[in-house]
Design a protein around this ligand. Structure first.
Ligand code: CTP
Length: 436
């Protein structure tokens, strides 16, 4: 288990490993990296916008380069009024891009190649205008286009006048961006360049660097891990038009699959019917029923290091499925149901060294039920949530969960499903390192 991660570690490629080995074919792995030639550096795309604090971005570049990070600077036209591209070019020893029409020196489409190269994208300083553009999904210059095209985590370090920072429009943009998983390093309060005193100064560089380093570590920390994720509901047919099902939308499971994939894991997602698109960089297998989910999951389980079972699997299915639509006059008095297999419990019975994560969606005695499931299904972590709470569970974008483990309970605050996925991935990452 985790053998190729172990190899990578022993070779000193962690935490910034861009490791490729015979058994890893995830799209995020850099196929042309020769692991015998030494560790590759992580790539940070640094967006600089038109703000007086742009000069502080020079210090960020210096510090990051010293930490062996490859920094590719992208500037808005306004930013070039404050600091010249030559300064960033000299500090980073990399070409600096200031326009969609710069010649990248190859056939690559520039904003796409930058977006793909990024392990993390940091925009510092980020003006109110650029925040607004990102929130509305506009792409009219190299920076906003790269931000829209990248799958990497985006960090913003806003800097602006206090009134602009407090404006309802800016607050709304901030919320929108946060809900999409953008990380915001909040500005500090103090004297501003315009003479006002208040919030809006670019955050201390140490704080920006700390957050950036943490995200760079996260961006590759699951390379070599093979994960199986189940998500969505299962629908159990009664006849060709009717089924038994539940309210799961699949959002939490898809967020987990996407997060694990972004961090380098090779992920297979087995999903019941949802309206969500396949997550990027993840192999998705679509199924309808619990039996189909079990069959698909079983084909992947043997090779999996980690299972995250988020699916709301129907515990029962109709014993008899009618071939034609049941007419109401012919309907039976009662439906006869049979038990579906408990997919996760079966995995738990054949656990080996795998890390197994289950969910417990409850409406009463949540923690008690979660602890029972932890033991009964032989799991390492149960993510418990009370789905009757406002803003938690089925259909919502947020969740309030408790991590229940053999070591104890960890209550998390209400957060987006993307953030819950990050926390689960952190647990998997911690375990991966412990196993080594
Ligand atoms: N699970 C599964 N197969 C099933 C039922 C549940 O794999 N047939 C998994 C779920 O994906 C989840 C965990 O087991 O990770 C707990 O599911 P949940 O529906 O909360 O509980 P059940 O085990 O079905 O028990 P109960 O319905 O009595 O709460």
């Amino acid at each position: 288990m985790f053998d190729h991660v172990r190899t990578a570690l022993l070779n000193g490629f962690f935490p910034f490993a861009r490791v490729c080995c015979a058994t890893c074919d995830n799209r995020l792995m850099i196929a042309d990296t020769d692991i015998t030639s030494g560790p590759a550096r992580p790539t940070l795309v640094l967006g600089v916008t038109g703000c007086i604090a742009a000069y502080k971005a020079c210090e960020l570049v210096r510090a990051l380069v010293k930490q062996d990070v490859r920094v590719k600077v992208v500037m808005t036209q306004a930013a070039t009024r404050f600091v010249g591209p030559v300064t960033f070019r000299t500090l980073s020893d990399e070409p600096v891009t200031t326009s969609l029409w710069d010649d990248p020196g190859s056939s690559a489409v520039h904003h796409v190649s930058l977006a793909e190269e990024a392990d993390v994208m940091l925009i510092a300083p980020c003006t109110a205008n650029v925040m607004a553009k990102l929130a509305s999904g506009r792409a009219d210059d190299i920076l906003s286009t790269t931000a829209l095209a990248t799958e990497a985590t985006i960090i913003l370090a806003p800097a602006m006048n206090t009134h602009m920072w407090r404006h309802t429009a800016t607050r709304a943009n901030l919320e929108t961006l946060r809900s999409r998983g953008v990380i915001v390093v909040e500005p500090d309060a103090g004297e501003l360049a315009c003479g006002d005193v208040g919030e809006g100064r670019l955050a201390a560089l140490e704080r920006i660097l700390e957050v950036t380093q943490a995200e760079l570590s996260r961006s590759r920390d699951l390379v070599g891990v093979r994960a199986l994720v189940t998500a969505g509901p299962t629908l159990e047919p009664l006849d060709p038009v009717r089924f038994l099902g539940n309210r799961s939308t699949g959002k939490q499971g898809y967020a987990v699959a996407e997060e694990l994939g972004r961090r380098g894991a090779r992920v297979v997602l087995v999903s019941g019917p949802t309206s969500l698109p396949d997550p990027f960089g993840v192999t998705t297998i679509r199924v309808n029923t619990a039996l189909e989910m079990q069959a698909a999951a079983n084909t992947v389980y043997g090779d999996a290091d980690v299972v995250v079972s988020v699916a709301a699997v129907s515990d029962f299915r109709p014993e008899h499925v009618a071939g034609d639509k049941i007419k109401k006059d012919d309907a039976p008095e009662a439906l006869v149901l049979v038990r579906n297999p408990d997919i996760l419990a079966e995995f738990g019975a054949d656990k080996g060294e795998r890390f197994l994560v289950g969910f417990a969606a409850e409406t009463v005695d949540t923690l008690e039920h979660a602890r029972q499931k932890l033991v009964a299904k032989n799991l390492d972590l149960v993510v418990a949530n009370d789905v009757s709470e406002p803003g938690a569970g089925f259909g919502h974008d947020t969740n309030r969960v408790v991590f229940v483990t053999h070591e104890g309970d960890e209550h998390l605050s209400s957060m987006t499903k993307g953030e819950v996925a990050r926390r689960i991935a952190d647990k998997i990452s911690a375990r991966t390192r412990k196993t080594l």
